[in-house]
Design a protein around this ligand. Structure first.
Ligand code: AVJ
Ligand code: FE
Length: 437
């Protein structure tokens, strides 16, 4: 974790901002022309919108709020305000061109690094431990993940490459792990760059339950499909059933049947669906239906976090399943190092004290929980990050995916989306309550 040493904080902030910008640059320079300015789906922004929005958020928080500077181009704020313009209408706005957007983001970054140079890391909540710099690096990385989703949706030849994760032997450990009941500490009041919805730390009672050791694999999901899972209303909620019928959904997004096998399109390349990989691109309704078919259920958000952070030996709650160390390549598949999840059972060094694997990285995991504030929640620094989304229409996802950078991934980190969404890098694992003996 961070020391309070300003030199170390400055270096960490700089390193994190530089890493984010390298990824943004990669994602916005491997395609050109209409692939930057056009729209692949009404669900997504043109890549050039994300790029200038990243710069605009950085300008608002690091230059204006922290640095006390005047707006560079106040007239563009509204173009890049996510609430003023829904994604579907963004390609028709008078957006900055790719060259202008690059120039603007680079200009803002240059000035932001000057602000960082002279920043104090205490005094206000925004600057305490470099919070604003961490928040802006997380914001950029979140948009980098969004842009990677846009790349996955894009038709056309491959533009991105990355090495595959290490192959591992088929996982033969126990299918599930018993998480003992009792209270644990959920959320955080001490993680310096944790966002508002992760706060404050509070005690949560969780009844004993069993949790899958690994995320549900494509092979396991195929068994549900082959058993007629998509044709049997018993497994689906009413809304889920109506949704898959209306949209003729019969397989995860990007899958296509080819004779006896299933193929999927992955960043411009078609491949046979690998049986041992965590299932990806399923919506909450599909995850929930699979779990019911399997005689199980999705874990609650509190169950997920307890499995990821709580060590029953000593009643300790850690930052990550493996302890308090920042994520390294041995712990988890994060940061777009690979363009796919690693096989189920990978990363033994990242397992929890109870032996649960791949809670962090690989695939976002749907939970059964609605997105709601913790007791004592306070919106900070703006209501539009979390507060306006609280309510039953959003489901919580946990743990991050291969497309999430370590700066935006913690045992406490909360993501949310509509239960119909599946262009995101979403998978799941299942749970069951432990019966009282
Ligand atoms: C937390 C991923 C739901 O992408 O809508 C980006 C993150 N907030 N800019 C989103 C976010 C403002 C947010 N999610
Ligand atoms: Fe944003």
């Amino acid at each position: 974790a961070d020391s309070g040493d300003p030199g170390a904080l400055r270096e960490r902030a700089l390193d994190t901002l530089v890493r984010a910008r390298a990824r943004t640059t990669l994602l916005t320079s491997c395609v050109e022309g209409p692939d930057l300015t056009g729209q692949v789906s009404p669900l997504m922004s043109p890549l050039v919108w994300d790029l200038a929005h990243i710069g605009n958020q950085e300008e608002q928080w690091l230059l204006r709020a922290v640095g006390g500077q005047e707006a560079i181009r106040p007239e563009i704020d509204s173009l890049y305000d996510a609430f003023e313009h829904p994604r579907a209408e963004r390609p028709r706005l008078p957006l900055l061109s790719p060259a202008e957007a690059r120039g603007y983001a680079a200009d803002v970054r240059g000035r932001a690094l000057d602000v960082l140079e002279g920043a104090a890391f205490h005094g206000t909540r925004l600057t305490e431990a470099g919070f604003a710099f961490g928040m802006i690096a997380q914001h950029e990385q979140q948009h980098d993940e969004t842009m990677l989703i846009t790349h996955q949706l894009r038709k056309g030849p491959q533009a991105l490459t990355a090495p595959d994760p290490e192959p591992v032997p088929w996982f033969t450990g126990p299918a599930e792990v018993l998480v003992p009941g009792g209270p644990f500490t959920m959320g955080t009041s001490t993680e310096p760059w944790a966002l508002d919805n992760e706060r404050p730390a509070h005690r949560r009672e969780v009844a004993p339950f069993f949790l899958d050791t690994t995320p549900v694999t494509n092979g396991a999901y195929r068994a549900f499909m082959d058993d007629g899972g998509y044709d049997d209303p018993r497994w689906w909620t009413r809304e889920g059933w109506e949704h898959i019928r209306r949209h003729s959904i019969t397989a995860p997004l990007f899958w296509r049947r080819d004779g006896g096998q299933w193929l999927r399109r992955r960043f411009g390349v078609t491949e046979v669906v690998p049986a041992d990989e965590p299932v990806l691109h399923v919506c909450w309704y599909e995850a929930d239906a699979y779990a019911r078919w399997a005689g199980r259920r999705l874990p609650t958000e509190a169950e997920w976090e307890k499995a990821a952070r709580h060590d029953p030996a000593g009643d300790r709650t850690a930052r990550y399943p493996w302890g308090d160390a920042d994520p390294g390549p041995e712990h988890a598949n994060l940061g777009q190092r690979h363009l796919r999840p690693a096989p189920a059972g990978s990363y033994p060094a990242g397992e929890s004290p109870l032996g649960v694997r791949q809670l962090i990285g690989d695939v976002w995991e749907w939970t059964s929980s609605d997105f709601a504030p913790y007791p004592g929640f306070k919106a900070f620094p703006y209501k539009e990050y979390s507060e306006v989304f609280f309510g039953p229409e959003y489901k919580v996802l946990r743990g991050g995916s291969f497309a999430v950078d370590a700066v935006a991934c913690r045992g406490t980190f909360r993501n949310w989306d509509y239960p119909i969404r599946r262009q995101i890098f979403s998978g799941f694992r299942t749970a069951r309550s432990a019966e009282a003996a």
